[in-house]
Write a protein that binds this ligand. Structure first.
Ligand code: G1P
Length: 276
């Protein structure tokens, strides 16, 4: 039912310099697949086959990745190496890719608003591909959230418990428990100090958003770090109507940090990589 997924992929990837000097951080491979492709596969699995990318300068490699490379196809066709193209061919067969450029880096809220022209007036998913989410036991995280959307018809954020001394890195929620792993959001703070955090339930980079979020973002003032924060807009949406927070099933790796990236690489190599 939800057909589109937005990928904010304009960020700089400062923590991975010099690797990200001329290469988008979303193209860093976890074993043999770029981070952003894991996200796209998760969206497609959830039925969101239109992938809307909010890109920026220096991100052309992402657009090229989700397009045919004729020379490569021609060279490899009919050889034993075709198997290496299998996963990206599957993605290209199933997905449609649209792009818009974010000219200035003004925060996640601003990136989402920049994607409005690609999304229009319908509910949509959001994947922050830095957060690599894997559920070896069943549906991916976005598919789990899409199923919940069908039931509740409101915005949903993915959450995970984090240690108290890490809450300052995240958007943090507090809410009324509805059922196992599901909360109705009552409060939401972007990058709080340990003292100001309403709980240790941190937002992870998976969202389902209803399209009224665009108008709300338009009137949202810059917040934490001087940026227009999606979290602040979602808090307003929660006050006016309903936002749910969902403790997802599966594992999440913070691939925006070097230790998380290394952990993801080891996990994927040991548990998922086919080795051919
Ligand atoms: C963003 C969001 C934050 C969320 C995080 C998840 O922050 O603003 O609410 O907890 O993603 O990865 P960023 O990591 O871009 O600073």
């Amino acid at each position: 039912m939800i057909k589109k997924c937005l990928f904010p992929v304009a960020g700089y990837g400062t923590r991975f310099l010099p690797a990200t000097k001329s290469m988008p951080k979303e193209m860093l491979p976890v074993v043999n697949k770029p981070l952003v492709q894991y996200g796209v596969e998760e969206a497609i699995e959830a039925g969101m086959t239109t992938c809307a990318m909010v890109t920026g300068r220096g991100k052309r490699a992402i657009a090229d990745h989700f397009d045919i490379n004729y020379e490569l196809e021609h060279q490899i066709q009919g050889t034993g190496k075709e198997i290496y193209l299998e996963s990206i061919r599957n993605v290209l067969d199933q997905g449609t890719f649209t792009m818009v450029r974010q000219r200035e880096m003004k925060g996640l809220g601003h990136a989402i608003l920049t994607g409005e022209s690609l999304i229009g007036n319908e509910p949509f998913g959001v994947i922050l591909s830095d957060d690599l989410c894997i559920n070896p036991e069943g549906d991916g995280v976005l598919a789990q959230m899409a199923a919940l959307y069908r039931q509740f018809r409101c915005s949903i954020v993915a959450i995970q418990e984090v240690p108290e001394d890490e809450v300052h890195k995240y958007g943090v929620i507090a809410g009324e428990p509805m059922k196992e792993g599901l909360y109705r959001v009552e409060s939401m703070v972007e990058k709080p100090s340990k003292e100001d955090a309403p709980s240790n339930l941190a937002i992870i980079g998976r969202y389902i958003l209803t399209p009224d979020i665009f108008d709300i973002i338009r009137t949202t003032e810059p917040g934490a770090n001087g940026e227009i924060q999606l979290t602040d807009a979602l808090m307003k949406q929660a006050q006016m109507g309903c936002v749910m927070a969902y403790k997802f099933k599966g594992r999440r790796f913070d691939c925006g940090s070097v230790p998380g990236f290394v952990e993801a690489t080891n996990y994927v190599f040991e548990n998922i990589y086919g080795g051919y």
